[in-house]
Ligand binder design. Structure first.
Ligand code: GAL
Length: 649
């Protein structure tokens, strides 16, 4: 099991190297990640390559038995490169160039940038291909993070037009697909197509979705080019990974595609960052782990795990004693097998002065050091347990085309895709059930339950896959706006909603209302839910049951239509959650679904997460107290932010 820290030896006086390595060893670490922002150190002047600094560092690390993950340095290019080739710099929507000074300001479509990136990547990897201490390569650093996946420069414009030409072949085909007859936007030639920058009102939705796909293609073709270079020149003993940042549903690139040629996914786990006054909810942290595990469908690494408070110019919440340790347990519970903390020591100069590490600027080893040290000692005992397979009967489905479509047209001021996914995920999380978070294109036929949040793009083929899944006995929970659109981002014509799934849902939708985040509408239970009430926000589909039974109805004098329904179809069941329903009501539904499917779950108090792991007769529970209060789980007392691994058989 690799346990370690992100280390930047170039930030510190050379004479501190031995002392740092000693401290890292005493922490219980056996790996460090280095190099990912050090392009200038490796190529101080154009074409002059010098790896002597890292040769020395690696030899010292190796002497002490530490392994190395090396980051290719393309996220921060040297100043000489920006000066010589200013066209490598990306541009924001206002045409403003992102100047040298921050990071990730390169345009993914710059051929010049690709050439220089390919060269430094190749030189670096070739140089270390036989280095046994280097066990893994990290490609770049957090592709597309901090808004770097969006660029509106001239190179992007030309390549976008080429991308559309490759896709549609003729301009007539594009005009027809987009419906450019609307507002007289018909194009005579691909060269007339604009970048969807700011305009009056809004751009054509099909154009916008193609723009998002083009952004994804831009990021991913760069990532694939770099990955191929690393694969070609690396040693056989070296793994290839990249570190996925948080906020993955807000990115303009398809993550599954991004990591497709990696050996393993790595994730940067920051449950609190910047000015946040509280960490994100425990369910959201858990979901991020399930998402990263889902990218390649296997265990993953964490190469940046938060220990101290973090932020650039604003910082917020300080993790409470043992809270960061508890987040580390949670990560291992959900399928992480190797972990590195960000970062060994906070830097006193440069843009990340307030990204606190394990050791602070005072260079004293304090509370955080001890917390990491005790975690490493504890988790190392569970090496074989954390390697066991995770079986989930429930899949949560997402689709980047759908997510982007919502981003351009949120329809409700309260709409946020991540929130809608968490709306379905959270009640099952609270029952401690296992879930995989996977793309809708993945084979889902072996799951028992599908959670399908706000999937407004459903074509006929996908509708058929859902139909077969339910006919054969599966259960699906759809939420509002299901099946509204086609792959072109146009609304289905001559189809009653919910489009290609209306038969299996057993409902029709003739009218809808946007509720925004603050507006609440009452819901009244019916049938098995009679006597219960709830409320909703964000959106409501007015459901007309055809074969479905009503579970909740809107408490509205004008439109008291059905809000939540349940339909039997074939051997299976479809729930249609037509609104942004409150959590308590969904917890009841989750409980019914789990019981009906015979899916493992367990009761725990609010704020206490339980995750089952094991193999055969050796079964364990990871128990995490996400709260600052003393809690109990069965007979066990949990101190604030406590975590335990309990053997149950
Ligand atoms: C990550 C990034 C690191 C560092 C860290 C600060 O997003 O990969 O380089 O900036 O955040 O918290």
């Amino acid at each position: 099991m690799y346990l370690g820290v992100d280390y930047y030896p170039e930030h510190w006086p050379a004479e501190m190297l031995e002392e740092d390595i000693q401290g890292i060893k005493e922490l219980g670490a056996n790996i460090v990640r280095i190099g990912e922002f050090a392009w200038h150190l490796m190529e101080p002047n154009e074409g002059v390559f010098d790896f002597s600094f890292f040769d020395h560092v690696i030899s010292k690390l190796k002497e002490r038995g530490l392994s190395v993950m090396f980051g290719t340095p393309t996220a921060t290019f040297p100043a000489w490169l920006a000066k010589k080739h200013p066209a490598i710099l990306s541009k924001d929507e206002n045409g403003q160039t992102r100047v040298f000074g921050g990071r990730r300001q390169y345009c993914f479509n710059s051929d010049v940038y690709r050439r220089y990136s390919a060269r430094i990547t190749q030189k670096l990897v070739e140089h270390y291909r036989n280095e046994t201490a280097i066990v893994a390569w990290q490609i770049d650093n957090e592709f597309g993070h901090e808004g770097s996946d969006m660029c509106y420069c001239e190179q992007c414009h030309v390549k976008f037009q080429q991308f559309l030409k490759n896709k549609y072949k003729t301009i007539e085909a594009l005009n027809e697909a987009y419906g450019t007859i609307f507002w007289g936007q018909t194009y005579n030639d691909f060269s007339e197509i604009p970048l969807p920058k700011k305009t009056i009102t809004t751009h054509n939705p099909s154009l916008q979705l193609d723009w998002a796909r083009f952004r994804s293609h831009s990021v991913n073709s760069f990532a694939h080019e770099m990955t191929n270079i690393v694969r070609r020149y690396k040693g056989d003993h070296q793994l290839v990974t990249t570190n996925v940042s948080g906020g993955f549903f807000e990115k303009w690139f398809d993550h599954e595609e991004n990591v497709k040629y990696m050996d393993v996914v790595s994730y940067d786990n920051y449950p609190v960052w910047g000015g946040l006054m509280e960490p994100i909810p425990p369910a959201a942290i858990a979901m991020a782990h399930d998402f990263n595990r889902g990218l390649l469908g296997k265990h993953y690494w964490i190469v940046e795990e938060l220990m101290g408070a973090q932020g650039h110019n604003i910082i917020g919440y300080l993790p409470r004693p043992n809270q960061a340790k508890m987040w580390s347990y949670q990560a291992f519970a959900h399928g992480c097998t190797h972990m590195l903390y960000f970062r060994w020591r906070g830097m006193n100069r440069g843009a990340e002065q307030f990204c606190y590490g394990i050791v602070d600027h005072s260079n004293r080893r304090g509370r955080k050091y001890k917390e990491v040290q005790s975690f490493f000692a504890d988790i190392a005992k569970y090496e074989s347990l954390v390697q066991t397979d995770i079986q989930a009967d429930i899949a949560v489905l997402y689709d980047y085309d759908n997510i982007w479509s919502w981003r351009f047209q949120p329809q409700s001021e309260g709409f946020d895709f991540t929130n809608e996914l968490l709306r379905l995920y959270t009640p099952f999380y609270e029952w401690n059930a296992h879930m995989d978070v996977i793309p809708v294109t993945r084979d889902f036929s072996n799951y028992k339950v599908l959670l399908v949040p706000a999937l407004q793009i459903i074509d006929e083929a996908l509708g058929k896959r859902f139909e077969q899944f339910v006919a054969q006995g599966g259960t699906i929970l759809f939420s509002f706006r299901t099946g509204l659109k086609d792959k072109q981002n146009n609304i289905h014509f001559k189809k009653v909603l919910p489009g290609y799934v209306n038969d299996i849902a057993g409902v029709e939708i003739h009218e809808v209302e946007s509720l925004a985040a603050a507006r609440r509408m009452k819901l009244i239970g019916e049938g098995a839910f009679a006597g219960k009430t709830s409320e909703c926000s964000v959106w409501r589909d007015l459901l007309t049951p055809v074969t479905a039974e009503v579970l909740y109805r809107y408490g509205d004098e004008f439109y008291p239509e059905a809000a939540v329904t349940k339909n039997k179809y074939g051997k299976g069941t479809v729930y249609y959650i037509g609104c942004g329903i409150a959590n308590a009501a969904l917890r009841d539904i989750a409980s019914e679904v789990l019981a009906a499917g015979g899916i493992w779950h367990i009761q725990s108090d609010e704020g206490v997460e339980v995750y089952k792991r094991g193999k055969g007769s050796e079964q364990y529970l990871f128990v995490m107290n996400h709260t600052g209060e003393i809690k109990r789980f069965q007979t066990i007392e949990l101190q604030p932010y406590d975590s335990k691994i309990i053997k149950i058989s």
